[in-house]
Each structure stands twice: as structure tokens, then as C-alpha cells.
Design a protein around this ligand. Structure first.
Ligand SMILES: NC(=O)c1ccc[n+]([C@@H]2O[C@H](COP(=O)([O-])OP(=O)(O)OC[C@H]3O[C@@H](n4cnc5c(N)ncnc54)[C@H](O)[C@@H]3O)[C@@H](O)[C@H]2O)c1
Length: 352
């Protein structure tokens, strides 16, 4: 069963919970807007379903409400920022604002953001940059439970490390490629497990490192108290991208990498290395604009494959989802809504 909400109603309810959990009016509104926008974009795994985890993490102390980004280094095209465990939706935007202003001045900027609490949809940050005509590249690591197995390994050693590339398209909607480096999102396995479904082969290994189609292996501890793991997308290539995200998003930013046994802490800490480029300052703007548009037009002329309606570019499915969900509302399943109500109760609020 599901409940369907209009985006505005969901924003108001979520902001109320976040405020009761300690956030200022401004922070609770910004985080709620970001989460609901993820739902609108079709990414429920990064939408309002995160609220219970955020509430628990702030009660435990791993998430610091009302923390601001702290600039550690500001040296020309290099900016290093400590997220101080603040909401990623807030400190991530602060870091991006600094980087975008600098890239507009100098042509490029590298922003190393460490210790942000969960940044949510990384595509949000690329969308901020492409809206200002900037190319935006992001490598992110995730310090929470190690749910993804290294290629050739038999247990989880790192997180779903997302990678994102935004490219503005002159006069058209941008290319925004934004993906986890695991073959499938952990949140989708939880849904399949709750619904009693098996998943396709090639997504999971069990707690002994053997292939399985049982999503429960990454949701509940198995017979020996251990979890199974997700596989990387694209075998050794996706695994290599994930390691690059850990090395660049975790090590190079100073945020930290995962190399300890799992624990039950609820916080999700992200490090993000962002590279911003202003095509107007690279001297190739005209060619870039023409060639990028010509290539995308060429792609779209490919005849639809059997079972497909048309060729899309990255960012398009999210834009289509927004149009549909703004119109039809956002469906939230009963178990997720029940968890949000429970989170509200923990901070003394009734959502009814
Ligand atoms: N903050 C974190 O710790 C964290 C960790 C992991 C993932 N995430 C986020 O989770 C979200 C979901 O990741 P995912 O891997 O499940 O994404 P996904 O598999 O749904 O989509 C990935 C990308 O593929 C593109 N795409 C989808 N269908 C397409 C099509 N038919 N043609 C062309 N392009 C298409 C989308 O536009 C998107 O850019 C992302 O926003 C990511 O940033 C965040």
C-alpha cells in the first residue's frame, strides 16, 4: 500500500520533522526541498525515506544539525572545505557556491569537500553548476556500512560510491550522468526483500561470497551474523571507478576511506572531489557547443531498439519523472511512511 502526496505537502511535513530534530527553519526547509526533489526526480532511495536515518544520526551525534562548511584552504583554483558533519544538502551547496564563483573567475576550480553528512543525489550539485554554464565532475565516497564487494573479493569492503558528470548544452537541457558504482542501489534491495521478491542474477553475493538472488543478504544479518554484499556495475571496470571514487572523494579530500569492520552507527559520511570547468574560458566554447549538440542529435537519430521507445541522454529520465510526479504526486509506501512517523515521534512530533 502507498500514500500519495503532492510535493508541497511532503516538503512541509518533512521540514517539520527536521526542525523538531534540531534544524533551523532555513536548514529544515533546504533539506526537505532537496529530499522531495529527489523523489520528484524518480530517486526514492535518496528522498524522504532518508529522514528516519537522519533523525537517528543526529540523535547519535554523527550528524550535526546547523553545522556550516568551514574553508580550510583557499588558494586560487583549489578550495578545501570541511563539511563538519553538517547536512550534505547544506554544506555541499555551500562548497559548490564557493567553487562555482571561483571557476567563473579563473576558468576552473577543484573543490575538496570532506566530512559532509549524506550529500543525497549528487546530480543536484551538477545541476547547480550546469545551470551556470559550467562542466561539473564529482567523485564521492561513502562511509557507512561497507556494502559492495571488490572485484574478485567475497565480502563488502566499501560503499556505493557515486560518480557524476554534468555538461551544459547550449540552449538545451543538460547532460547529467549520476550513478552509484554498485550494480544496484542498496535501497532497492531493501524494497525487494520487504516484498519477498528475488532479484536478478549478478547483483549479489551471500555471506560466503557465493552468487545469490536473495536480497535479504544485504538487508539482515545472515546465519553467521555477517552480511552478503552488492557487486560493482561493469565488473572490473565499475570496481575500478568505485576505487577511484574512494581514492579521490575519500583520500584526496582528506575525508577518510573505509578500512574498518562494520558497526551499527546510522550516520552516512560523504567526501566529494568536484572539478569545475568554465567552457567560456577554455577557448573552445563555440566548438564545444556545436559539437556537443551535433553529437546528441546524432545519438537521438538511432532507431529505437526492440522494446525501447527512443534514445535518451543522461538527465532526461529524471526530468521526465519530475513532470509526471509534479502532476500525479509522489507515492510513499506505507512502511517508509510508518518509519517517518516513528522518526517524528522520536523528536516529539505527531504527523497526523
Ligand atoms: N550520497 C551518497 O552517498 C550516494 C551513494 C550512492 C548513490 N547516490 C545517488 O543515488 C542516485 C541513484 O543512483 P543509481 O545508480 O541508482 O542511478 P540510476 O541507475 O537510476 O541512473 C543513473 C544515471 O543513468 C541515467 N539514465 C537512466 N536511464 C537512462 C536511459 N534510458 N538513457 C540514458 N540515461 C539513462 C540517469 O539519467 C542517471 O544519470 C544518484 O542520484 C546518486 O548520486 C548517492
Amino acid at each position: 500500500m502507498t500514500k500519495t502526496f503532492q510535493a508541497s505537502e511532503l516538503r512541509t511535513k518533512v521540514a517539520a520533522v527536521l526542525k523538531a530534530a534540531g534544524s533551523s527553519d532555513d536548514e529544515s526547509k533546504r533539506v526537505a526541498d532537496n529530499l522531495v526533489y529527489a523523489n520528484l526526480s524518480g530517486h526514492d532511495s535518496h528522498g524522504v525515506g532518508m529522514v528516519p536515518r537522519y533523525v537517528d544520526a543526529s540523535i547519535e551525534g554523527g550528524l550535526k544539525t546547523n553545522a556550516k562548511a568551514k574553508v580550510l584552504l583557499d588558494a586560487g583554483s583549489m578550495i578545501t572545505v570541511d563539511g563538519q558533519r553538517g547536512y550534505g544538502q547544506v554544506v555541499g551547496e555551500e562548497a559548490m557556491q564557493l567553487g562555482m564563483a571561483r571557476a567563473a573567475e579563473t576558468g576552473s576550480c577543484i573543490v575538496a569537500l570532506s566530512q559532509a553528512h549524506h550529500l543525497g543525489r549528487i546530480g543536484h550539485f551538477a545541476e547547480m553548476a550546469v545551470a551556470r554554464g559550467l562542466v561539473s565532475i564529482h567523485f564521492v565516497n561513502v562511509l557507512s556500512r561497507p556494502v559492495v564487494a571488490p572485484f574478485g573479493g567475497a565480502d563488502g569492503r566499501y560503499g556505493t560510491n557515486p560518480c557524476c558528470i554534468g555538461v551544459p548544452m547550449a540552449g538545451r537541457e543538460p547532460f547529467v550522468l549520476d550513478f552509484a558504482t554498485s550494480r544496484v542501489a542498496q535501497g532497492k534491495m531493501r524494497v525487494a526483500h520487504n516484498e519477498g521478491r528475488q532479484v536478478d542474477e549478478g547483483y549479489l553475493i551471500d555471506e560466503h561470497g557465493r552468487p545469490t538472488t536473495n536480497p535479504g543478504v544485504v538487508v539482515v544479518p545472515q546465519s553467521n551474523g555477517l552480511f552478503g554484499a552488492l557487486m560493482a556495475f561493469g565488473e572490473h571496470k565499475g570496481y575500478g571507478m568505485a576505487v577511484a571514487c574512494e581514492l579521490l572523494g575519500g583520500a584526496l579530500t582528506g575525508s577518510g576511506t573505509w578500512h574498518r569492520t562494520p558497526d551499527t552507527r546510522r550516520s552516512v559520511v560523504n567526501g566529494m572531489l568536484t572539478i569545475l570547468i568554465d567552457p567560456a574560458k577554455l577557448g573552445t566554447k563555440e566548438a564545444f557547443e556545436q559539437e556537443a549538440l551535433a553529437f546528441v542529435d546524432w545519438l537521438r537519430q538511432s532507431p529505437p531498439a526492440p522494446g525501447a521507445d527512443k534514445v535518451r541522454i543522461a538527465g532526461e529520465p529524471e526530468r521526465e519523472a519530475r513532470v509526471k510526479r509534479e502532476r500525479e504526486g509522489i507515492a510513499v509506501d506505507d512502511s517508509t511512511w510508518g518509519e517517518i512517523e516513528e522518526a517524528a515521534r522520536k523528536v516529539g512530533l505527531s504527523l497526523n
